[in-house]
Write a protein that binds this ligand. Sequence first.
Ligand code: GAR
Length: 193
Amino acid sequence: MRKRRVAVLISGAGSNMAALIDAGLAPDTAFEVVLAVSNIANAGGLAVAEAKGVAVQTIPHAAFGRDRAAHERAIDEALKAHGVEMVALAGYMRVLTPWLVGGWRGRMINIHPSLLPLYPGLDTHARALAAGDAEAGCTVHGVTEGVDEGPILGQVRVPVLHDDTPASLAERVKTAEHRLYPRVLHAVCNTLD
Ligand code: GAR
């Protein structure tokens, strides 16, 4: 089996990225992570990727000012330079333009910390708690032009406990994310041409 070459885009700690890198090392996994890209210069995940022997590239959006297109062209060039076939957004906290989304259609997925279509956007855990939900969870979906709107590829549900805070719920959901994301990415890579 030929492993698909995956890039992970991050902005922060990169714990989902780490889960993908580790899963990709197993011989029967349909992908390997070959590149981590961050739009934040000191993102914690960069050191994590480096320590795991994965190429990293920092492409700070701040350096491009308001020119989103130029920033995304730089990202796209990095992806192509590394022979990337599939892109996984993992805590990448920047909305992509239709140009990059369109160029990677069917080959870009995202993980989101809620049971979409509930709670797209930010502060998902606080919103789930405020609504009194009995369950929370995470979703992996295909990336389309609408934010957190693409086709749902997999979800994991977790219980909300009576004494949960946004932080404690986030931690429980994060553990579920680390199980879900490698599983879905493996399945998607198995369906690529
Ligand atoms: C994860 O919980 C991910 O679902 C979320 O950011 C966190 C990143 O954590 N993504 C979003 O909110 C995107 N809208 P990580 O850097 O440890 O993987």
